[in-house]
Design a protein around this ligand. Sequence first.
Ligand SMILES: Cc1cc2nc3c(=O)[nH]c(=O)nc-3n(C[C@H](O)[C@H](O)[C@H](O)COP(=O)(O)OP(=O)(O)OC[C@H]3O[C@@H](n4cnc5c(N)ncnc54)[C@H](O)[C@@H]3O)c2cc1C
Ligand code: FES
Length: 258
Amino acid sequence: MKNICESIIIENTQLTKDYWKLKLEAPTIAKNAKPGQFIEIYFNNSVKIFPRPFSIAGIDENNLVLIYKIVGSQTKKMTSWKTGEQHRILGPLGNFFQINNIGTNVLVGGGVGTAPMIFLRSHLISKGLEPKYFSGARNDLEYFPEEVKNSQLFISTDDGSKGFKGNVVQHLEKEIQNFKQPINIYSCGPKKMMEALKKLGQKYKIKVQLSMETLMACGMGLCQGCAIKTYSKNGEDKISLVCKDGPIFKAEEINFHG
Ligand SMILES: Cc1cc2nc3c(=O)[nH]c(=O)nc-3n(C[C@H](O)[C@H](O)[C@H](O)COP(=O)(O)OP(=O)(O)OC[C@H]3O[C@@H](n4cnc5c(N)ncnc54)[C@H](O)[C@@H]3O)c2cc1C
Ligand code: FES
């Protein structure tokens, strides 16, 4: 049930050099949002600038929490947004993670992929589950969800500046034997990481759900700008739209070599 509204900025705070937290009052979207879904933010209500997609990182009463990274013109502009300003948003968009209540839920987040994982983690905790959280980055300048209890948080950096030295999938593979079966993996992050998780899932026969990120324009299935190559249930080649059929896909559905 998507809704377009003029959201009010409640908070816009810098977390690290490039990462910011944005809290927007949007009661109807907050009430309906599920972990894995995203919103589109419009800029100056302009039709000339495409809206930009952002995952919902949490719900705080009537508010949506987003974690965003400065990568280009509009995310740079967002850092100047002030409390009380209104900005048009559309959401909640896309599908959501399917929760498994038995075994071990493992969340794997890299870079801006951390945002949907934080929302999923709070949701699982509210259901009495204790997910393991693997957070990976290039170096210690990235954003890590430090609020996660240490015993459940596994940090890795490619350069070893924080936590395990290596990538997040290598870290997960090192720990995986210690987790109670069945294991369910949920993830969002760079394409290479997602592909490595698909392989890991095949190797250990683990169900993996991936939240895919692509360039997007309309966010609702009209422009075909977010098309990716996938496989149907019978293994035939198919095209899917990340904004409408996703962003969450079973790992076996994604054709990383198409
Ligand atoms: C479903 C979904 C959820 C997202 N959730 C978040 C989130 O929670 N937090 C967050 O910070 N970002 C998220 N993103 C990415 C975010 O939408 C882009 O970073 C943003 O649109 C960039 O806008 P810009 O104007 O600053 O950069 P632009 O000037 O548009 O682009 C700057 C550079 O980044 C590249 N780029 C832009 N978007 C993407 C993308 N999706 N994938 C790969 N490269 C890209 C461009 O090609 C260009 O090289 C999400 C994307 C999708 C599809
Ligand atoms: S962004 Fe337009 S169809 Fe997906």
